[in-house]
Design a protein around this ligand. Structure first.
Ligand code: NCD
Ligand code: ZN
Ligand code: ZN
Length: 347
């Protein structure tokens, strides 16, 4: 198959950043995706409804003409988020979820949750109202190996949380392990997971073998190939609880190419093309549309997009870098070929 027509996809996990960076990040996503769940880990974090609505306006200002893109906003769960703010968020048509970062787990997570028991009333209110909780699922204990932090989170935090509030709607974000695949598969239909293009296409050898490659460094960190395989099998399985979320997370080049580099991979410049490449490698192009364009919308209770995207197996070369405010950002596949192209977006 060399041409593929699918319902326009959505990105269920995206970092757009703020300020001048939006001039780059927003058009990259808006030209192919109809909607995106926008992560709230700015400095300071998007911690209430008013901040989310202001941020939404800043995003909309730079959406190019003729690209009807809808940013779906989220709030950052701090220890201080109130039960009344949850009700306000639920009532607002532009706010779709609350994001849980364990404090210290990842980029700009300092204001995250320090003790899950402290936010229990907020989580119970979310369950009552049907507002989804999006989780960065890694423990932060210094004595837990970085490659084991997702599995440990599932065992010690997530599993007890589901026992305590089984009605809570949860998306386990950017899953990276076979344990996460198995856990989500075995649970009831309230829990789903997003999978990134980099965790499908790469493993920790790409990060570490033959030299350390900072542009492959992200959190949760790339795992060994058996986990990559489990994620791939989940993505192409047709199970509607695994869907697309790029976790495209740009950082200026100099903040990654340094002695203590930032975590995050910028995939938005070729995201749907890279996913398509993966599904093609797996001989599973017929499973792409569900994963990319149907399952996420269904889980969030939103209508599926009506626009369509046409992809062709026609290689193009990813630029070495893009402007990123006053700096530059290095995209996933920089200077190398991407096998598929988007040739048309039809309304
Ligand atoms: C993300 C970022 O840079 O905001 N980084 C990453 O490595 N994934 C944060 C996150 O999603 O954990
Ligand atoms: Zn994360
Ligand atoms: Zn992320």
């Amino acid at each position: 198959m060399h041409t593929l027509r699918i319902t326009q996809p959505d990105d269920w996990h995206l970092h757009l950043r703020d300020g001048d960076a939006l001039d780059t990040t927003v058009p990259h996503t808006a030209r192919h995706f109809g909607r995106a769940i926008v992560m709230p880990n700015l400095k300071p974090p998007i911690a209430n409804v008013e901040m989310a609505l202001d941020y939404r306006q800043r995003i909309l200002e730079v959406v190019p003409e003729g690209m009807p893109f809808s940013p779906l906003m989220t709030l950052y769960l701090t220890d201080k988020l109130s039960v009344s703010e949850i009700a306000k968020a639920q009532e607002n048509e532009f706010i779709h979820a609350i994001k849980y970062y364990p404090a210290g787990a990842t980029t700009n997570s300092e204001n995250g949750v320090t003790d899950i028991n402290a936010v229990m009333p907020v989580l119970e209110e979310m369950a009552r109202l049907g507002l989804p909780l999006l989780i960065h699922g890694e423990v932060t204990d210094a004595d837990i190996d970085i490659f084991d932090r997702e599995e440990k989170f599932i065992d010690t935090i997530l599993s007890p949380l589901l026992d305590r509030i089984p009605e809570l709607k949860i998306v386990l974000e950017h899953i990276t392990t076979s344990q996460a695949v198995q856990f989500v598969s075995e649970q009831n239909t309230n829990i789903a997971a997003t999978i990134t293009p980099h965790h499908l296409l790469y493993n920790r050898n790409d990060l570490l073998a033959g030299g350390v490659r900072p542009h492959f460094y992200c959190l949760p960190i790339l795992k060994r190939d058996i986990h990559q395989k489990a994620l791939g099998d989940a993505a192409i399985s047709g199970n509607s609880r695994f869907f697309l979320g790029t976790d495209s997370a740009p950082h200026a080049r100099h903040t990654k190419e340094t002695d203590c580099g930032c975590a995050g991979i910028y995939s938005a410049a070729g995201a749907i093309e890279l996913y398509t490449e993966f599904f093609d490698q797996q001989n599973a192009l017929d499973k792409l549309e569900g994963f990319a364009s149907h399952f996420g919308a269904d889980f969030y209770g939103l209508p599926r997009n009506t626009a369509e995207l046409v992809l062709e197996k026609k290689a193009w070369s990813m630029p070495q870098e893009f402007r990123f405010g006053d700096y530059t950002v290095v995209p996933m596949r920089a200077g190398e070929e991407v096998e598929w192209s988007v040739t048309e977006v039809t309304p």
